[in-house]
Ligand binder design. Sequence first.
Ligand code: BES
Ligand code: MN
Ligand code: ZN
Length: 497
Amino acid sequence: MADGITIAFGPMGPVGQGDLVLFVGDDLLLAPAVVQTVGQAAADLLARAAASERFKGKSLSALAVPAPSGLDADRLLVIGLGSEKDRAKIDWPALGGFTAGKVSGRVAHVALGFPGLDVTAENAADFALGARLRHYSFDHYKTKKKPEGEESKGTTLTLMVSDPGAADAAVMATDAVANGVILARELVNEPPNVLYPEEFARRTEALTKLGVEVEVLGPGKLEALGMGALLAVARGSVREPRVVVMRWNGADAADAPIAFIGKGVCFDSGGISIKGAAGMEDMKGDMGGAACVVGTLHALAARKAKVNVIGAIGIVENMPDGAAYRPGDIVTSMSGQTIEIINTDAEGRLVLADVIWHIQNAYKPTFMIDLATLTGAIIVALGQDIAGLFSNDDALAAKLTAAGEATGEAVWRMPLIPAYDKAIDSKFADMKNTGGRHGGAATAASFIKRYVNDVPWAHLDIAGVAMSSSSSEINRSWGAGWGVRLLDRLVRDNYEG
Ligand code: BES
Ligand code: MN
Ligand code: ZN
């Protein structure tokens, strides 16, 4: 994996060469312990540099100076933590990401402490999580080496904390989550000629090493199950569809599982209702929901979460072809309900309809959450920093909202009213696959709702957040791996006994 960063915890102490990273508040006063480590001369030098560089110790700002002779480090890097108010609600992953960005390709010791700040083992682990996510980049297909001096030498971080043993224990869980996010990003970033449905399914089989049961269903099985909606979408592609059902049994065998279901359109050309050329390459990321489900299962299994989970993904390619499904076709979904195709570019809901139906009947989950890069309309409504949440269950919606606030993977609840459902009634079939221009994200959600029986369900429209969001402290890559931290947190806070 593209992840040349090594992070270890150690005690506060001498650092040797490389960077020494220190934190200051907006008063710019260094902690007495720090002054003791670096000496009064270095402290004075930092104070002078801060004045001349107008460094004010604001949150997520940095100042670097060469270490004065006599000090056992090459460079001092001071990072601001802001005001007392800022310091009361530090975003640890963001701070870790910011710091990693400043010491990229270097060896650094980070004195992870500040007077009045109680840095817990979990805070330190979250810092490490942010550093690892920040460091991720997708460059498998760059064949030219970077010019001399710019090549990545790898980053080595030693996080100096009061209790390194406790931090080591806490980082086992956050490393599992980091690896899940990175796996999801890899899947989203891969080009569609490489990551077609069969290959996507093959990659999920690696989860068996973590103790996940992986079942791959091919066209014959999908046909036998009656997944006429999913198969209609797949028909235009030379690539065969797959449905993958992953199962992590971390709790009592008698406990009913929870279920995560992802849209996995490896490439969405729109099909016969073909999309415009501009930006069509982005539709390699139309499997961001499926990537999130795979990444989440990885995270939960790797940290041995005490929960039973089903992860299911429908993976297809949506292409125009002589054999492709067309506007006007009427297809029969696995549920028996018929669907009039109005627009072959509204394919994700067709895939989800069959996978959701199968999972709720075969596994009787206690709740289902589906994730899908489902509509451009959700981007118009909410932008690229928050996902749309639709749900038939207030308690589940509240838990997702809380997990979103805790992780920064924010969700915003949208309405589901009868008018949206009415908009997808069809003249010729039980429903049509689009509801017109108005309320596009909501009519899409209402379509999915027609495949959900009496079980708590939430639908996350992640078209705006799964890829190409503006870069953050913890992501510089196109694929975001969005939702892995959210779902891991949802499970950790609510469903582990
Ligand atoms: N995959 C797209 C939605 C999308 C758009 C995801 C932009 C990420 C970025 C989805 O399959 C789609 O094409 N939706 C149509 C639905 C319409 C035809 C009812 C859309 O949003 O335009
Ligand atoms: Mn589409
Ligand atoms: Zn799509």
